[in-house]
Design a protein around this ligand. Structure first.
Ligand code: BES
Ligand code: MN
Ligand code: MN
Length: 477
């Protein structure tokens, strides 16, 4: 071993020891962060979202990270900061996480209120525990561990934390285009996904699905009318809506919108082999999910492939007409639904947005008026598995979790990842620490203390691993 290696190993060990020594303090501070009600979808909580941004910026400055800045956008603030003193040729890494969280309904199903963190069974339960405030917090602590021990970091780090991820990241894509100087790096590290299982098997994510999301409204009579007086003559907008939406998929869930699959890239034999080699148990998945059986999907694809490498269509919500107590016999004036598709490479969400709108217009009967409004979209993303950062990231996760990571594509979407690639040519290593059954977007969201601890240790190692590389070697171009 060269002296430098010995030094780095000793410095890494000291940073890890710092994490262990401050364990209780860290969990208390995590609770403080989780108590901030940063629900981006709720305009009534805008100040809370802002408070979370300030909390992060203050924390970065306290740690010794420089140029912590709150950027105003059309929506919620973006926080950037940097520490750029790792020396000549050292890599620069951009760290991205989001500090906004999903709404908390159905609130009655939470065992404790969502913003009063509960520690139980070696887990912390709170909205944002896994998605994504817990993971953002882990990054702060890993950096702090280096700064408080070595007084420096092995790599240059830039930070990019947003508060609009859960509502589509629209202002953020513009921000990327206009602030290349603040975001320039050799690679991006995103922690906004999950480990492979709840048994401490870490994962490196190499794919995300894209998304396109619409609200559809079908308008019929001027106002609600008596279903006896008018039934048989007035086409019911709710009937029409469900007929239209039902026709958008076939019995295997394949989307019927013309051209929808045109750009879908088939999995290669190697990719299919990688999927098949993952230790995925369908019965366990079914039991954890609480469904009677997996749906009858595309027969030429395994369940795991369908969950992340194939596009989907979903009705996210549907309403209209009478939903109160008892019965009320009406033909409603209108009915509405929120619908979305998950997209895979190389589907273009802008093209899909337009083809869905055109298709809905084409299947609407002349008895109603159909409005389809685009709410948001985001592109799918893939990180090549031969990216030079994959080896260091694997070693770092193995050091933290005591097990080598598996490689998985996620079914979820993080629009920023594709935007960083298309706008800045920046590739992303997805190093996620949340628990796969940790109730993302659902009541009683949680993350295990083990994943928090092992993940923070992994991040300490990740900066050492990447610091041993040259920036130019990490870019992989
Ligand atoms: N962290 C999730 C995405 C995710 C989930 C990645 C599971 C990996 C595993 C993210 O916060 C999210 O929920 N994204 C939204 C994006 C949408 C609002 C544009 C999603 O996927 O629905
Ligand atoms: Mn997230
Ligand atoms: Mn989310």
């Amino acid at each position: 071993m060269t002296t430098q290696h010995t030094d780095t190993a000793a410095a890494t060990a000291a940073a890890v020891a710092h994490l262990r020594a401050h364990d209780a303090e860290h969990f208390a501070q995590l609770d403080e962060f989780l108590r901030i009600e940063s629900v981006s979808a709720d305009p009534g909580r805008n100040d809370e979202v802002r408070r979370a941004a300030w909390w992060i910026a203050d924390e970065l400055e306290r740690i010794g990270v420089e140029r912590a800045t709150i950027h105003e956008t059309g929506a919620h603030p973006i926080v950037t900061a940097e520490w750029m003193h790792a020396g000549d040729g050292a890599p620069t890494v951009l760290v991205y996480c989001h500090y906004d969280v999903q709404p908390t309904d159905p609130i009655d199903e939470w065992v404790r209120p969502p913003f009063e963190p509960r520690h139980e069974d070696e887990r912390v339960y709170a909205r944002g525990a896994g998605d994504d405030k817990g993971q953002l917090f882990m990054h702060l602590k890993a950096v702090e561990a280096w700064m408080r021990t070595a007084g420096r970091l092995p790599v240059n780090l830039r930070f990019f934390f947003e508060g609009d991820e859960e509502v589509g990241s629209e202002p953020v894509e513009q921000f990327i285009a206009g602030h290349a100087d603040l975001l320039r790096a050799d690679v991006c590290v995103v922690s906004d996904g999950d480990t492979f299982d709840d048994d401490g098997t870490p994962a490196i994510g190499y794919g995300l699905r894209g998304i396109a999301y619409w609200e559809v409204r079908v308008h019929g009579p001027r106002q609600d009318v008596h279903s006896g007086q008018y039934g048989g003559g007035v086409d019911n907008p709710a009937n029409v809506l469900v007929r239209m939406l039902a026709s958008l998929t076939d019995e295997r869930g394949r989307v019927t919108v013309p051209g929808f699959y045109d750009a879908v890239r088939d999995l290669t034999d190697d990719e299919r082999a990688a999927y098949a080699a993952l230790p995925f148990d369908e019965a366990t998945w079914r039991d954890e999910t609480g469904v009677a059986a997996a749906m009858d999907g595309e027969s030429e694809h395994s369940l795991l492939e369908r969950l992340s490498a194939r596009p989907t269509f979903d009705i996210n919500g549907i309403w209209g007409g009478y939903t109160g107590e008892g019965a009320k016999t009406i033909i409603p004036a209108w009915a509405a639904a929120k619908i979305s598709t998950r997209l895979v490479p190389n589907q273009d969400y802008r093209e899909i947005e337009q083809s869905m709108k055109a298709h809905l217009a084409s299947i609407a009967p002349p008895t109603v008026r159909v409005d389809a409004r685009i709410i948001h979209g985001g592109a799918p993303a893939i990180t090549p598995l031969d990216h030079p950062g994959i080896g260091p990231a694997s070693r770092a996760l193995e050091a933290g979790f005591g097990k080598a990571p598996l490689f998985q594509r996620s079914g979820g979407s993080v629009p920023v990842v594709a935007a960083l690639d298309s706008r800045l040519g920046l590739k992303t290593l997805m190093v996620g620490f949340a628990n796969p059954t940790g109730n993302f977007h659902a009541p009683n969201e949680w993350m295990s203390l083990r994943n928090i601890r092992d993940g923070m240790v992994s991040l300490v190692h990740l900066w050492a691993e990447l610091g041993a590389m040259r920036g130019s070697d990490l870019r992989g171009d």
